[in-house]
Ligand binder design. Sequence first.
Ligand SMILES: [Zn+2]
Length: 76
Amino acid sequence: MFFVLGTKMKHKPVEGGVVVPGGCPHCRHDLHEEMICEYFSAFFMPIFPISKPKTILSCNNCGFMRLPYEGEIPGM
Ligand SMILES: [Zn+2]
């Protein structure tokens, strides 16, 4: 029997989340608020979360990601 185990990052866009216009330092596209969570995975399928969900800002164009600055996302 052969198992493929590992971890996988899951990204989930936040609906109505914060957008930083032109906030990407690489390509000047907008940054969008996303939730990321690390999952334990088997056969490349996420099984259960192994970290708390984190809020990040990510660029849909080049994949750049960063943590939000203090006060950048209301309620954080
Ligand atoms: Zn970018």
